[in-house]
Ligand binder design. Structure first.
Ligand code: DOR
Length: 460
């Protein structure tokens, strides 16, 4: 089967080009072929942009164990509709993904069920280093240095030292300092004001845990990815860590921390309660600045579905987290439409950078030989996010009612159209993502490459 996608503006690694793409055997077989090529299927993408499929490296999909909120099928359908063709899922399911056996069981569960490609982190506990050392078929190790949803937590220094010293997989972490959060919670005990969530999980909590992790990574010469950075101060720390030159550190921002601030509690209440908490508008500005300067490299969602009934419980009985996987690309396309960034940066942050951060094979770029995981977007399509349209099982979005410009219209996984303008090809399935950790991650594979990012100072 040979497919030709023609007349799109194709987002190649070094920028947009008006070139056709040929797909064969699930891979990109040619770019800009000459005339007269015999094909089985032609997709006329006039007026559309062709992007690599989004790689979302931080999602919580709740299967096994919490499937009243979400499951791998509903979540992966939401991914397909959002232009996400590969997801990397976190270990705070029930049971937790903290042994090789459970990791393999999750991969088994996903196979044949997921509409897009999948991978799963292995979670750290205070005493599972042998499992972390034995794990393969995974992007890396997730540590909850501060607790969030679920019981995973490693905050004792000796346990953290052991994990960084004795394992080789890339490490990523939820960075909020547990003792700071507990002390703040004790001080504000009895509150039912959701705005206090940002006083409990405050700037200091994020900063202390991020500093601690960066120190561990530096001393143990270990690759480390900072998840969901929420404060300006952390971006300065990450900048220093990257500038210190060992090529070990990458960092990520989520759409909710870029687009919501503490000012949104009045309007959205517990719907925007998440960990790390929302911070100030100045923090949002500094996250954008850090992305634009290349200090943060990745944008991912932290998709964390809870039912509306759960979310509407009065604070602090309401759970933390929000769904985002089917709207993240549209939110970032809309940001490009508003002039906050370019389309090329969106592709870098959501496709190429996460793929290289986690050593994904064949993902994140439109180039010959890559997997044909692709998304066609209409950069001028105007549409409003509506709860009723959400495919995530939890059935709501904090962006309900928001009009966005720029939407995915067709998603291909392994060269086949899985979703097109609201309709699924029910026969298409994703595959297990492959990781080649010998590649050495984002910086070892060229960092920002030819993309003209400015320096952090100049962006200030
Ligand atoms: O708010 C959050 N919810 N942050 C996390 O890191 C975990 C997530 C969840 O799983 O609910």
């Amino acid at each position: 089967m040979r497919t030709l996608i023609k007349n799109a503006t194709t987002m190649l690694p070094d920028g947009p080009q008006p070139v056709a793409v040929v797909i064969e055997g699930g891979r990109i077989a040619d770019i800009d072929p000459g005339p007269g090529l015999a094909v089985d299927e032609t997709i006329d993408a006039t007026g559309l942009h062709l992007l690599p499929g989004v790689v979302d490296d931080q999602v919580h999909f709740r299967e096994p164990g919490l499937t009243h909120k979400e499951d791998l099928e509903t979540a992966s359908r939401a991914c397909a509709a959002g232009g996400v063709t590969t997801f990397l899922e976190m270990p705070n399911t029930s049971p937790t993904t903290t042994t090789v056996e459970r990791l393999h069981a999750k991969l088994e569960l996903a196979s044949g069920k997921c509409r897009v490609n999948y991978g799963f982190y292995i979670g750290a506990t205070p005493d599972n280093v042998p499992e972390l050392r034995a794990a393969q078929r995974t992007p890396g190790i997730k540590i909850f240095i501060g607790s969030s949803t679920g019981a995973l937590l490693v905050d004792e220094q000796s346990a953290l030292e052991r994990i960084f010293a004795e394992t080789t997989l890339p490490i990523t972490a939820h960075c909020e300092d547990e003792s700071t959060v507990r002390a703040n919670a004790a001080r504000l005990a009895g509150t039912c004001d959701v705005a206090d969530h940002s006083r409990i999980r405050d700037h200091a909590a994020a900063l202390i845990a991020t500093r601690r992790s960066l120190d561990l990574a530096a001393r143990h010469n270990h690759r480390f990815h900072v998840l969901h950075v929420s404060t300006g101060e952390e971006t300065s720390l990450i900048h220093q860590a990257i500038a210190s030159g060992r090529g070990l550190i990458t960092g990520e921002a989520c759409p909710h921390h870029l687009l919501f601030s503490v000012d949104d509690y009045d309007r959205l209440g517990t719907l925007v309660q998440m960990n790390p908490s929302l911070k100030t508008r100045e923090d949002c500005r500094r996250l954008w600045q850090a992305l634009n300067a290349g200090v943060l490299q990745v944008v991912a969602t932290d998709h964390a579905p809870h039912t509306l009934e759960e979310k509407r419980r009065p604070y602090p009985d309401s759970p933390s987290g929000l769904p985002a996987v089917e709207n993240s690309l549209a939110l970032m396309l809309n940001a490009a439409h508003e002039g906050r960034c370019t389309l090329q940066q969106v592709v870098h942050w959501m496709c190429d950078a996460p793929a290289r951060t986690w050593d994904l094979v064949g993902k994140g770029r439109i180039e010959v030989g890559a997997d044909a995981d692709l998304v066609l977007v209409d950069a001028s399509l105007k549409k409003t996010v509506r709860n009723v349209d959400q495919l995530t099982k939890c059935g709501w979005s904090p962006w309900d009612g928001c009009e966005l410009v720029g939407w995915p219209v067709r998603t291909l996984v392994g060269g086949r159209t899985v979703w097109r303008e609201g309709r699924f090809d029910e026969s298409v399935r994703g595959a297990e993502a492959r990781f080649d950790h010998a590649r050495g991650g984002y910086w070892a594979t060229g960092g920002h490459g030819a993309t003209p990012f400015s320096s952090f100072e100049a962006a200030g």
